[in-house]
Design a protein around this ligand. Sequence first.
Ligand SMILES: O=C(O)CCC(=O)C(=O)O
Length: 299
Amino acid sequence: MSEIPFSNNSPHRKSESENRDFVVSSVEEDQQILQQRFQDFGYLFFKGYVDSRQCDSLLDSFLNVLDPHISVGDGNDIPVSNGTAFSETDPVWDEVYPKMQSMEEFHSFFHDDHIQTLMKTVVGKEVFVYPMKMARISTPGKIGYETPPHQDGHSHHAGPTMAGIWVALHDVSDQMGRLKILPASHKRGIRPVFSAEGVGGIQCEIYPEEKTWHVSNVEKGDVIIFHSATVHKAEPNKSDIFSRISVDTRFCDYGAPVFSTNLEPHHGWRIEGLCWDEIYKGWQQKSMKYYWLDYPNLF
Ligand SMILES: O=C(O)CCC(=O)C(=O)O
């Protein structure tokens, strides 16, 4: 990635911004209305779409391998940090992440019929779910390392029919590193990027008049779907003890071009031994392994 010199529009320049709640969508609404809203705002937010038992089960499996760094909270389902602050690429991350990536339950989460129906509603056609599945862990004590504002079209080399899908595995309140969306930002195309601290190492340009972000406290099973050019970022986790754990992946209309880096396991490019052969060991469903090999439009 080439570096672009700071300009007056630089995202490094401090500017006032305000938050508004996510616009809530419902699967009961007409598909055309949902698709129009997706084109207007660049995202759709659905309350409680994923069954809470499915979220609990995956979160429990994650917490089994995250213990003792993060464990089950007392009296609620919010993961509690033991004080180890870490983010993607830190040694603790590199130790736990391959174990999370090896979970069949994690990868099959996004291939469930119910969730694919939602993807199809947005795209209007059959979908291809990217092989790369991502888990996000936002611990307290890592302020400045949260995901900077970016567009997935840039980071995944994807065109306009690709979208991100993000699922909350537990309730996330305003101090816990919520995901935030810059509404309608997809309409201005793919933007210049700058190097930045935090997940992904880059941030994209935010134009001076873009001051209103959409964000809400979310609950277990809530889903956010965002356009490949929609700018989004994570808030810092300012809570004392709570960690935020969520999962996401990408999808597109079946047949749209998919760039080769998306065929690797997330962080497979930097964690030794994190490859599909290792990940797939012991999986039950043969159809979930290498399902993407015969996809017709890889580049
Ligand atoms: O959940 C996060 O912290 C970041 C998610 C994100 O940026 C993405 O899904 O592209």
